[in-house]
Write a protein that binds this ligand. Structure first.
Ligand code: SF4
Length: 272
């Protein structure tokens, strides 16, 4: 049966189910048959292959502003708005126990990189490796992010700034809960204000949905410019998702090319 012969309502329903399952798959739910990568791709992912940019001609995107959070965001933590550097912000956060994630963390994972970075990556929250080392994106997904930055973008990891929506690891790598995000969000917003990057890259469903306050699946949001606190934000897939779905690296590369264009960087024309 061709796509055209499926009634519109049924096609929309199928697309909606497909998006939902894709989102669940990205969040790590097992047993979603049509999202599972082929055996050879899984084998490749198991070896954490480095990110190699694939050539693609991404269409031009349009700027889509989204309402930003106002200064009242900081009102739950008086004095937060007075922090003037990342060091001051880190001191303000201190040995934070402002949400229940504090109870199970090993290290608070604040962020790493250039305090005046043009480019900022925002992920969801620390995983086991990050919790252990106190640094964001240091496990297999972190290595892939480093490959995207260094082999794909031809930048140094230390040139960019990397952080997460929540600073403490959710137990069992579950998604952060709304009260935890609400407690930690002012810190991320202050981090964004202080670094003031030219471009933010939102990594994965949870980070992007938290930044934009929407429930739209990442499959619909990726590749389309958004705006967070007056800064252009490109949503794309999380590196952990790419480890499970290496075929989608070409989509991330298309998004990264848009970011490079916005930063005025030359796009490599050949695989490296
Ligand atoms: S997740 Fe954020 S608000 Fe919660 S304890 Fe950690 S730093 Fe504090």
């Amino acid at each position: 049966m061709s796509q055209d012969s499926i009634p519109v309502e049924r096609r929309l329903l199928l697309e909606s189910i497909s998006d939902y399952l894709a989102q669940l798959g990205e969040e790590g739910l097992e047993g979603i048959p049509f999202e599972a990568p082929p055996a050879d791709a899984r084998a490749a992912a198991a070896h954490a292959e480095p990110f190699v940019p694939a050539p693609s001609a991404a269409p031009a995107r349009h700027h889509q502003p989204v309402a930003e959070a106002g200064p009242e965001l900081f009102s739950i933590y008086p004095g937060l708005e007075k922090t003037r550097t990342l060091e001051e912000l880190r001191q303000f956060i201190g040995d934070c126990k402002r949400c229940k994630l504090a109870a199970s963390r090993t290290n608070l994972v604040f962020g790493v990189g250039n305090p005046q970075a043009e480019l900022m990556f925002v992920g969801e929250g620390p995983g086991a490796d990050e919790d252990e080392r106190g640094e964001p994106f240091v496990g297999r997904a972190g290595q892939l992010l480093t490959d995207i930055i260094e082999r794909g973008m031809r930048m140094r990891r230390r040139e960019v700034y990397i952080c997460n929506v929540v600073k403490c690891r959710p137990p069992g790598n579950r998604n952060p809960e709304p009260d935890e995000v609400a407690a930690c969000e002012p810190f991320l917003m202050r981090q964004i204000d202080l670094v003031r990057p030219k471009i933010i890259v939102g990594l994965g469903t949870f980070a992007v949905q938290s930044l934009l306050k929407v429930k739209t699946p990442i499959s619909k949001l990726r590749g389309r410019w958004q705006e967070v606190r007056g800064i252009r934000m490109m949503p794309t897939f999380h590196p952990a998702y790419l480890l499970r779905n290496p075929g989608d690296k070409r989509l991330v590369w298309a998004d990264i090319q848009e970011v490079m264009k916005a930063l005025g960087k030359e796009i490599p024309s050949r695989k490296s």
